[in-house]
Write a protein that binds this ligand. Structure first.
Ligand SMILES: [Mg+2]
Length: 266
């Protein structure tokens, strides 16, 4: 059966992850518990590993700052490892990470440690990135018709690559022409989208940005991107105004079929 050729008004798509390609709860329901639930085993299994010790050193340096800052009554130092105090150091590391994660801190040493554990989890197959099935169908279709696909997420590029590289549908990285994170700028700033357009070498009007976050959608639109809101289960509720101002999709196949994004024939 031959497919009818369709002309799309965009040549490039830029995709958010959480709440768009992936359930909004993925980080809180899968990634964070993976760290807290597996921490002790992970430390025991990898204790002699140099990379683990480097990660712990970063935590130790951060803990010194936290203790001396005086604003965190629960902050405790992580002792240096000397003869026979392995258990004491391990317990201090567990206490430190548990404490920081309860505060949901975004501090570099913690993020680095979490990323290190997640990489191990993905590589061993214990962790899988969750990507909606309709996203995979759309990725295939976009690639078939020559539309370039990029990711823009506040998760680091390294974390993005793990999520898609070890997804529950296998390695999806081949679909993407590139990745952006907040090193290019905040997702709420018009300038970030202008800079992304320059990087991907398309006019802003040729790029379709899909996200669950209305503020991001507003920023991208102000940079003249085409935009649509993605409304997945458990996403933040949209207001009547949001629904009035923007196109809202509940899955990616609707994007491919929407008349607004199909160039008029002749
Ligand atoms: Mg999102």
């Amino acid at each position: 059966m031959s497919q009818i050729a369709i002309d799309y008004t965009y040549k490039c798509v830029l995709l958010d992850i959480e709440g768009t390609t992936t359930p909004i709860s993925f980080v809180h329901d899968k990634l964070f518990p993976f760290v807290t639930n597996n921490l002790e085993n992970f430390l025991n299994k990898n204790w002699k590993n140099n990379e683990l010790q480097e990660q712990i050193q970063l935590l130790r340096e951060q803990a010194i700052k936290d203790v001396s800052a005086g604003e965190f009554p629960d902050a405790k130092a992580i002792p240096e490892e000397i003869d026979n105090n392995e258990e004491e150091v391990k317990n201090a590391v567990i206490q430190n990470i548990t404490w920081q994660m309860k505060l949901n801190r975004k501090i570099a040493a913690l993020k680095s440690f979490q990323g290190y554990m997640w990489r191990g989890g993905y590589e061993s197959g214990e962790l899988k990135g969750i990507v909606y099935q309709d996203v995979i169908e759309a990725l295939k279709r976009w690639r078939e018709i020559g539309i370039k696909i990029y990711i823009y997420s506040s998760g680091s590029i390294a974390a993005q690559k793990l999520l898609f590289g070890y997804s529950d549908n296998g390695n999806l990285l081949e679909y993407f022409s590139g990745h952006f994170d907040t090193t290019i700028g905040s997702k709420l700033e018009k300038q970030s989208y202008e800079d992304i357009a320059k990087e991907v070498k398309f006019e802003p009007t040729e790029i379709l940005f899909l996200s669950d976050n209305v503020k991001e959608i507003v920023a991208a639109k102000s940079a003249k991107f085409k935009v649509a809101i993605v409304d997945r289960p458990k996403n933040a509720p949209l207001s009547d105004k949001d629904r009035n101002d923007f196109i809202v999709f509940t899955d990616f196949l609707q994007v491919l079929a929407h008349p607004e994004f199909i160039a008029s024939q002749g």
